[in-house]
Design a protein around this ligand. Structure first.
Ligand code: ADP
Length: 806
């Protein structure tokens, strides 16, 4: 028993002992576990990231302080609560993430946009992964999150800035090239690629901008900078960086070399790029191509230089004849001067005066052309007549210099072309004058031909060929530029303004044609003017244009003889009265002088004159008014206008007022006598007819129409007389009716202009325009009618006499 009891006791003791050992071991273990749990808690709590550990039911087991802070959960008891209770507004997608992770997956995202409960936008970086218990079963998940809003914003701002920078670089018209500190290119925009011909790939991080520069310019700038900055600057990229390193801008013009070796001027500014701390981190250069600017500047400088030279030339040109005029006028003051010398001095004064007028006319012409104020007419013009006039004026000058002068026609030419006769004459005159001026031996030929190489329209070519000094190739382009002479010494030797050809070539262009030159120094010159003559099928040919030349010379010669005519000169200037009277009296004309328009009308009523010379600018009543009054009263004799204006609209104005012709002052004696002769007496009636009878019916070539057109034309003087009568009586009603009739009939007889002009006059009357305007319209109509071929002016006067019963 004792043994048994002892055994039992022993067993019991040993059991007890074992139990207490186990109990102690257990207690120790649980103590350790607690410590570990606490450590883990602390680890999680203090970890500097937002971390939360939840069980399978998403109940919090542990959270870090950062979690509490980031999600603004301070003051809440979290542990033990469900994640979904803590975040009731959680987006549904999170539940899916949690479920996947509870099934063993790991999920993560680097920048997940997240809208806070207060509406603010944040970005999260997160990772969710499962945790397992000692048995390896998934006990829940651990969530790591980091609010990366700041970083994200910085990143986005950086990206925006980069995009913006790229857009600016791409869109810039300037070449933008940035380099690293050691001068390697790190930005090379599209404009730089275009400008320099290199692609970005060819230069980025491998080349320096001195590749685009000319060594000599780098050396020159390096030398300048060395002086300016007081230290040696090497002739390489240092040239561009020296100043930017000091916080300044390196700016200036450079010559750039493209990949293909071609060069062009640029304007370049280089500035330094600095880090936030102020240290240099590279350079940026901005360059613009200034080729156009440089060219424009050069052109402007050349133009201004040319104008300066021109002014100097002009002053010289004006001063030289003025000096002679004043000098010789002084000599004339000597009462003892013998008569022959007196005459010589007067001639010198006259010659210089004429030259002065030419200079002034040229200046006016070029400035009118340059300002676009020149009016170009387009009327039926006889080229042969113009050439005959030029020949008759210029032949004497050629003969004076012992030169030959010929006008030659190669084949038939049009009897008439539609152009501006005054301008055509002006161009040809200039070419012929130059040809004679610049030729000392041989002669001048004017060769006229029709160029029909274009099947539809033809052009009339006038070649002025001389055997003179010619023009060297280096000068030939300059001669058409205003203010230029082939050689400035030309001015001294030959005179002239250097404007003639500039005017001529511009006028040629205004006529729709052109002026070309071919010449060699010492081998003569050939100037060719070509003007368009329109469709060839409508051309009326002239079989023997050269006859016109001899005709004209005959006329001039015959005019040297006595003119038996009575002329009324209405002119207020005493000098001009004397001068014109002298020229006319010498030619045998009987001249009556009056001083204004009113006296002219009185004189016309009192006596009969073959021609009235009417100055247009006069006191009391001017020439326009006097002429209009004379025409209105039925006066049909020739009235020739005298005016100081050489503009084409003045000519129109004179013709519209009722004048038959127009002479410009200063009066050329020969022209005066010739024109007066043409209009003067009965023996010149034919000349009057040819001058006035320029308008033909469009149907004149139709043999069936000829007779009825003639009848129509023969009835016109009566109508013209009637028009004047109605106008004088102010009977606008009947005047309108008559205009209406003419409007209806003109076109039918092949005179569409009568229809157009009568219609304009009729409209003026119907719209009750001022009487002056109506009168102008009527005058234009009458003047047109009077110039119709076959129109008999004398019939007008006869009808007038009939009506007034004289
Ligand atoms: P200007 O004769 O008044 O000097 P132009 O414009 O008519 O002015 O002519 C310009 C220049 O062209 C002249 O100064 C002369 O040097 C040259 N030139 C013109 N025509 C001829 C020509 N037929 N032969 C040689 N040189 C000419």
């Amino acid at each position: 028993m004792n043994l048994a009891i002892g055994l039992l006791l022993g067993i019991a003791l040993s059991v007890l002992c074992t139990k207490s050992i186990r109990a102690r071991t257990l207690a120790k273990m649980s103590q350790e576990l607690k410590t570990r749990e606490q450590l883990l808690q602390q680890f999680i709590e203090h970890t500097p990231a937002a971390v939360a550990m939840v069980d399978r039911e998403m109940r919090y087991l542990a959270v870090s302080r950062r979690w509490i802070m980031d999600y603004k959960l301070a003051g809440q008891e979290i542990v033990g609560r469900s994640h979904y209770d803590v975040f009731p507004d959680l987006e549904p997608r999170w539940k899916l993430v949690h479920e996947r992770c509870l099934a063993g997956a790991v999920a993560a995202c680097d920048d997940d946009p997240w809208l806070r409960g207060d509406g603010s936008q944040e970005w999260l970086k997160w990772e969710v992964r499962p945790w397992t218990d000692s048995a390896g079963a998934i006990g829940g998940i651990i969530m790591f999150t980091e609010v990366v809003t700041e970083r994200k914003r910085t990143e986005m701002a950086l990206r925006d800035a980069t995009l913006l920078q790229q857009a600016v670089l791409d869109a810039a018209h300037y070449a933008i090239v940035a380099t690293t500190n050691d001068g390697k290119i790190r930005i090379f925009n599209q404009a730089a690629e275009r400008m320099l011909g290199y692609s970005g790939d060819e230069v980025l991080y491998s080349k320096s901008p001195d590749l685009f520069h000319v060594p000599e310019e780098l050396e020159r700038r390096a030398a300048e900078l060395s002086v300016e900055l007081g230290r040696t600057i090497a002739p390489n990229t240092d040239v561009f960086t020296a100043k930017p390193q000091l916080g300044q801008v390196e700016e200036g013009q450079w010559t750039c070399v493209r990949k293909d070796g071609s060069r062009f001027p640029i304007w370049l500014s280089v500035t330094g790029l600095r880090e936030v701390d102020g240290s240099m981190c590279g350079y940026v250069g901005i360059a613009s191509d200034i080729s156009e600017l440089a060219a424009a500047k050069e052109a402007a400088e050349a133009a201004s230089q040319a104008k300066t030279e021109f002014l100097a030339n002009m002053s010289h040109e004006i001063r030289t004849p003025m000096t002679s005029i004043i000098g010789y006028a002084d000599l004339l003051l000597d009462p003892n001067l013998p008569a022959p010398q007196r005459i010589e001095h007067v001639q010198t004064i006259r010659r210089n005066g004429e030259h002065l007028v030419a200079v002034i006319n040229d200046i006016l012409d070029i400035s009118r052309i340059e300002s676009g104020k020149i009016a170009i007419e387009c009327v039926d013009t006889s080229p042969a007549t113009i050439l005959a006039e030029i020949a008759s004026q210029m032949r004497a000058k050629a003969v004076d210099k012992r030169l030959t002068f010929d006008v030659e026609y190669e084949g038939p030419i049009p009897a008439r072309v539609r152009t501006d006769p005054a301008r055509l004459r002006q161009i040809l005159m200039n070419l012929v004058t130059n040809a004679i001026k610049f030729t000392d031996q041989g002669g001048v030929r004017v060769i006229v031909s029709l160029d029909q190489s274009d099947s539809k329209t033809a052009s009339l070519n006038f070649r002025v060929v001389d055997t003179g000094i010619g023009i060297g190739p280096e000068k030939i382009e300059a001669i058409f530029a205003p203010f230029k002479q082939a050689d400035s010494s030309t001015t001294r030797r030959f005179g002239g303004t250097g404007l003639g050809l500039a005017i001529s070539s511009r006028l040629a262009a205004l006529l729709g044609g052109r002026l070309l030159v071919s010449s060699q120094s010492g081998a003569g010159s050939e100037f060719m003017l070509s003007i368009p003559v329109g469709p060839t099928e409508r051309i009326e040919w002239m079989a023997h244009p050269e006859d016109m030349v001899s005709d004209a010379s005959r006329t001039t010669r015959s005019l040297d003889k006595t003119l038996n005519a009575k002329v009324l000169l209405a002119e207020d200037g005493v000098d001009n009265q004397k001068l014109i009277s002298l020229h006319l009296t010498r030619a045998g004309v009987d001249v009556t002088v009056v001083a204004n328009g009113r006296e002219a009308i009185e004189a016309t009523n009192a006596g009969k004159f073959d021609v009235i010379l009417m100055d247009m600018q006069m006191p009391e009543m001017d020439g326009y008014e006097a002429t209009a009054k004379l025409r209105a009263s039925g006066y049909a004799g020739p009235i020739l206008a005298l005016t100081a204006h050489a503009m084409s609209n003045d000519r129109n104005k004179c013709l519209t007022a009722g004048c038959n012709e127009y002479l410009t002052k200063p009066i050329d004696a020969q022209t005066l006598v010739r024109v007066v002769g043409k209009f003067a007496n009965a023996s010149n009636q034919q000349a009057l007819d040819t001058i006035s009878g320029t308008h033909r019916s469009e149907l004149a070539d139709d043999p069936d129409m000829r007779e009825i057109i003639e009848q129509y034309v023969s009835r016109l003087p009566e109508q013209v007389q009637k028009i004047h009568e109605l106008l004088a009586q102010n009977d606008l009603k009947n005047l309108g009716r008559l205009a209406h009739q003419l409007k209806g009939s003109g076109g039918g007889y092949g005179f569409p202009q009568i229809t157009a002009l009568a219609s304009a006059a009729n409209r003026s009357i119907n719209e009750a325009e001022p009487i002056d305007a109506i009168r102008r319209q009527i005058d234009t109509l009458v003047n047109y009618i009077r110039k119709i071929k076959g129109y008999d002016t004398s019939k007008e006067a006869a009808h007038a006499a009939e009506r007034t019963g004289h």
